[in-house]
Design a protein. Structure first.
Lengths: 316, 316
């Protein structure tokens, strides 16, 4: 009987926290998702963790993924555009106390990259670049099987490479970042701007009745709406522009694309690959596989759990 | 008495080949530079190498830097926009036969990066990103003291990251590459375009009498010509845009900037740093030093020699 310790991975994704009880080999045993009200975040997170821990009885550590820059030396979130409330010195200590287990903070894209590398779309190669395209755009680099996080833990911020020097202002302070045109909220913004001029799409009906989301755009594209399809294809071209730059810079074996925007599947993967082919050096393009992630929404929880497991193991 | 073997480094830079006889510690003992006529390239290169080898009597290997993608497994130049004549399977064998010594082909920016890392502006840190800004824009990544060249040896091509999705066509086939606005020839092109509209600069006098160069623009900027100064500053902003993307992606300890365009000194370094500060994540900016190379024109010859020395040593 396998009695290796279990792990908990959590992903504070914005409105919700996802949590999973995970085996050492990355297999999910149980999962939960709860909408978070910022004032009771600690209690809610602790509740989820304790619930999962009680199902197992042998949880060794908790990995907690956050959409922000995490300084791994100090365990402090330095910047988080989407969750500014996590940017405070005490967070790690508060989580550890509330949960009552060893806690590792990790950038959510780093965690997702590690999950995909260990048991998902990154298996079988030495080096990958992972992109998480959702409410923001993050990324992570894995070299020789290890997260390569740069001199202070922040490497991989592909959402904030400049693809248009005269482009829109980004939440990060820069202008023309990839994230300003290819994240989920920017898909909605671009679609709205267009609909104000041309309301022939079925999206305009959604727009009149409720706030539509990037998922709605992808859904309408799947249903054959030309306008929605064009928005998804255009988004793929922007992402492909960023991927081409990554490939020219890193000549990396495999690019793994995850995050909610990739739920559009082939509709977005095909234009991404076409744009990379058009923009990247041909030998670099040919040396790279560009694939969608396999773990979907579970990438960060699985990866955060496995990273916490590695950290716990290296400590003992 | 030091009787460690000597090395020869060569840099096929376009119109000329530079060659240097180098000690194992990187110190240059002698150097040469010859204008090359493409038809007699092999003879001329062999002549330079034999001349330097005869001064030493104990040359172990020759490193040959080329502005192109070099496949290190096959020793073949795959792509070279500036020197397409080097893109042929037999080149390595021909050079080895003509010179009569062990020869290592290397991308010129990789070689320069290694030179700066070992004895120049890259000393004292673990990881650097090097940019060579001249007739083209190349780059190289050094991690933990070793060239990190990606899955097939092509990593570092920072000149071909897209900074303007709607920008000019590049020699590589892409549009809006950094190289289309920040290389030496593109400085001349941008200056010419402006001068056609506004001929108040002292550059317009150069333009009327002879083809001016990027060096001339830098020289006039140093003399206080406002127009030339603006062109150099604008170039610095473009370079800074690329550097900011590199910093956000790699969170690297130090950026070393070399190549002929950096001969403009502080006039270009200052706007580069300002633009990086404006565009990069603040924590990434603060974690990075941005410095000019120290080896000037000798970076590639020194680095190519030292890489050839390392390769010879690892063979024996």
């Amino acid at each position: 009987m396998d009695n290796s310790p279990h792990l908990i991975g959590m992903h504070y994704a914005g409105p919700t926290v996802r949590a999973a009880l995970v085996q050492a080999d990355g297999e999910i045993l149980e999962k939960r998702e709860t909408e978070i009200s910022p004032n009771s975040m600690l209690d809610q997170v602790a509740g989820l963790a304790k619930d999962l821990a009680s199902k197992s009885g042998r949880v060794a550590a908790v990995g907690f993924g956050i959409p922000g820059l995490v300084n791994r030396q100090t365990d402090v979130v330095i910047v988080s555009q989407n969750l500014p409330s996590t940017v405070r010195e005490g967070l790690h200590a508060e989580l550890t106390r509330a949960i009552g287990l060893r806690v590792e903070l990790e950038n959510d894209a780093n965690a997702a990259a590690y999950g995909e590398y260990r048991i998902g779309a990154g298996r079988g190669v030495r080096d990958i670049f992972y992109m998480m395209i959702g409410n923001g755009i993050g990324g992570a680099i894995i070299l020789d099987g290890k997260l390569w996080t740069g001199s202070s833990g922040f490497a991989g911020e592909v959402g904030h490479i400049t693809i248009d020097t005269e482009g829109l202002e980004c939440v990060c302070g820069n202008t023309g970042c990839l994230e300003t045109v290819a994240s989920a909220p920017s898909i909605v913004r671009r679609a709205r701007e267009r609909l104000n001029r041309d309301s022939t799409s079925s999206l305009s009906r959604l727009g009149l009745t409720k706030d539509f989301t990037a998922d709605d755009v992808a859904h309408q594209a799947n249903e054959g709406d030309d306008f929605a399809l064009m928005m998804i294809e255009r988004t793929g071209k922007y992402i492909g522009t960023g991927v081409a730059s990554v490939i020219n810079l890193l000549n990396i074996e495999r690019i793994v694309l995850g995050g909610g925007v990739m739920d559009a599947g082939q509709l977005i993967l095909n234009p991404i690959i076409q744009e990379v082919k058009r923009r990247a050096f041909q030998p670099c393009f040919e040396a790279t596989e560009i694939v969608a992630g396999k773990l979907g929404n579970d990438a960060t929880t699985i990866g955060a759990a496995m990273l916490a497991g590695d950290a716990a193991l290296s400590q003992t």
